[in-house]
Write a protein that binds this ligand. Structure first.
Ligand code: CDP
Length: 236
């Protein structure tokens, strides 16, 4: 893929802050933000809605072939309403954050046939350049030529606390232990799957946000990006 824009890939485990940081960075740079986790969540939402067995790869593959996913920018001022995602024309932005989706999404995302089907859509979304794309396999599989790759990490305890707070703030009544179990289980499935597992690409910069404020992490990332841009300008 050749374009004149900058391509930034962010990968990392569940609830590590990829979305918050991805949106902040994209907003600051005037880039497009693409949350690939939302695509897997949308497929999971449709699979559950149609009562399809989450292990039935062929049925799910068929469903993916007959699904249209579109993403629209909404309100850049609000990180909570930054974009809307539609499946076959229906806005499912809120529904895909339901803990029921958290519980099932990794089972579907581990299916290689489904992942391969979704590569094209993700690359198409990234085509224009000047994008921040986040997920699990962006630096390793989807955009191996990305200009800058980040791999986010934070302690398990902190990630669980963040996600628990996020769900409670959204009004879900959920137990801390349930959130803990879901995050641990999701990370395990995502890291151990055979095809496109969650890994740190060799050239990805590690960002550990444990105990750090959002501002601190954002400043660090922007410094790295600006440095890269300066170097690129000098070379050209
Ligand atoms: O927000 P959070 O980090 O909890 O998850 P997400 O980014 O919304 O992703 C939800 C799930 O989708 C992950 O647990 C993975 O199973 C899957 N996923 C993936 O396999 N590959 C991606 N590029 C993005 C998400």
């Amino acid at each position: 893929m050749k374009n004149n824009g900058l391509t930034i890939a962010i990968d990392g485990p569940a609830a590590v802050g990829k979305s918050t940081m991805g949106k902040l960075i994209a907003r600051e740079l005037g880039f497009i933000y693409i949350d690939t986790g939302a695509i897997y969540r949308v497929i999971t939402w449709k699979v559950l809605k149609n009562n399809i067995n989450i292990k039935d790869e062929n049925m799910i593959s068929n469903l993916v072939s007959n699904t249209s996913i579109t993403i629209e920018r909404a309100n850049c001022e609000s990180l909570n309403d930054y974009y809307h995602i539609f499946v076959d024309g229906e806005d499912v932005t809120e529904e895909i954050r339901n803990p029921r989706i958290d519980q099932n999404v990794s089972q579907i995302a581990r299916l290689s046939k489904i992942r391969k089907q979704l590569i094209h859509l993700q690359r198409k979304l990234a085509e224009k350049g000047n994008i921040v794309m986040e997920g699990r396999d962006i630096g390793s599989v989807i955009l191996p030529q990305a200009d800058i790759k980040f791999f986010f990490t934070a302690s398990e305890k902190e990630r669980i606390k963040r996600r628990y707070k996020e769900l409670i703030d959204k009004g879900y009544s959920i137990d801390y232990e349930v959130v803990k179990k879901q995050i641990i289980q999701r990370d395990k499935i995502d890291s151990k799957r055979k095809y496109a597992p969650l890994i740190r690409a060799k050239d990805a910069i590690l960002i550990d946000s444990t105990g750090k404020s959002i501002e601190e992490v954002k400043d660090k990332i922007l410094k790295i990006i600006n440095k890269f841009r300066e170097c690129r300008e000098k070379i050209n």
